[in-house]
Design a protein around this ligand. Structure first.
Ligand code: ATP
Length: 345
């Protein structure tokens, strides 16, 4: 069912043992970062501010020299090549369009090796792809942030790079525009066969457009996998709480089952002994029950669903219910976990 996210077979980029310690930094900004990327694959580097995402991307782009490690593109070692010799495309936060050139000239810029007519035809084709036909003669300052972003993307994709690096490329867009543009970008990259690495601290964005997500914490990649793998089977409390919300429970595991105060539950993967468990708020059922051991202490209506905070003894659990559930604050309830739970390291 998740076929469109199938792992590509041919490796495009191989990153191994990357390390970067800046002169005045207490700890390395990036340490032992390694992953591979398939041709045409979209990878999100996801993590909180300062975890090393941008530094990793800049080393891949050639804007920063790693202290250790290697980067190879289609089998060729590019670790120490300057950016312009790598054949990689970039779309950065500020877009870096040339203010004195119009839209068409901005896109044609990377196509200088082609004849003028050829370059112009290609640039027009790319602008049509990003939905900007008709705006060829505008200057960057006459465009909205979203349009500028698409010009930058058209300029990058015009040269059909095998890999496009993107650092928070949607940060200047409003919420609705962001959702639309990120899907467009995904489609454009897929249709041109380019792979992409996207730096973001927005978990929803990573889940929405990446084929795989590498979650970073304090300079390291702590988990890498498809969005559903990472969401449904986070390895640690950090990953579980960074991607969505999680309740953490204690339990005693025995293979694929775990004993908890909610009874014996199935595990998402095998574990043994005392474990912490992650339970997503949508995996818990809330049943009104005058005799129930828990009570609703908070509620937030969000349109498509509702959040409930439920106190049971010392423990406060977060539960997500459908928009139709109508349980008042103070009501007695019973909680039931209706899915497998995740053992954390
Ligand atoms: P953000 O989402 O805030 O951009 P990030 O995950 O991209 O964060 P990086 O920009 O890679 O993080 O920074 C990682 C660490 O390295 C941070 O502690 C940062 O302060 C430090 N750092 C980054 N660039 C430099 C530099 N040129 N000199 C010294 N320290 C740096």
């Amino acid at each position: 069912p998740l076929g469109y996210r199938a792992r590509p077979t041919k490796v495009l980029l191989e990153v191994a043992g990357l390390r970067k310690h800046f002169p005045h930094g207490d700890a390395p900004a990036v340490e032992r970062v390694g992953f591979s990327l398939g041709e045409g694959e979209m990878l999100a580097l996801l993590g909180p501010s300062g975890c090393g995402k941008t530094t990793t991307l800049r080393m891949i782009g050639g804007f920063e020299v790693p202290d250790a490690g290697t980067i190879s593109l289609r089998g060729r070692d590019i670790t120490r090549l300057p950016p312009e010799a790598r054949g990689i495309g970039f779309v950065f936060q500020d877009y870096a369009l040339f203010p004195h050139l119009d839209v068409l000239e901005n896109v044609r810029f990377g196509l200088r090796k082609m004849s003028r007519a050829e370059g112009e035809a290609r640039a027009r084709e790319m602008l049509a792809l990003v939905g900007l036909s008709g705006l060829e003669r505008r200057r960057p300052h006459e465009l909205s942030g979203g349009q500028q972003q698409r010009v930058a993307l058209a300029r990058t994709l015009a040269v059909a790079p095998p890999l496009v690096l993107m650092d928070e490329p949607f940060s200047n867009l409003d919420a609705a525009m962001r959702v639309e543009t990120r899907q467009e970008v995904r489609k454009l990259l897929k249709s041109s066969g380019s792979a992409g690495i996207l730096v973001t601290h927005d978990q929803e964005e990573a889940l929405a457009i990446a084929d795989r997500i590498a979650v970073m914490e304090a300079g390291r990649v702590v988990q890498i996998g498809t969005p559903d793998e990472i969401y449904l089977n986070p390895v640690s409390e950090f990953v579980a709480s960074f991607l969505g919300r999680s309740n953490i429970l204690r339990g005693t595991a025995n293979g694929m089952r775990v004993d908890t105060s909610f009874g014996t539950l199935p595990l998402s993967r095998a574990a043994n002994g005392a474990v912490n468990l992650a339970v997503r708020p949508e995996q818990i059922m809330l049943e009104p029950d005058a005799e129930g051991p828990a009570s609703v202490v908070g509620r937030e209506f969000r349109g498509h669903d509702q959040l409930y905070w439920v106190q049971e003894g010392e423990r406060c659990m977060l539960v997500i219910s459908g928009p139709g559930a109508n349980i008042e604050i103070g009501a007695r309830v019973r909680l039931r976990i209706c899915d497998c739970v995740v053992p954390l390291v």
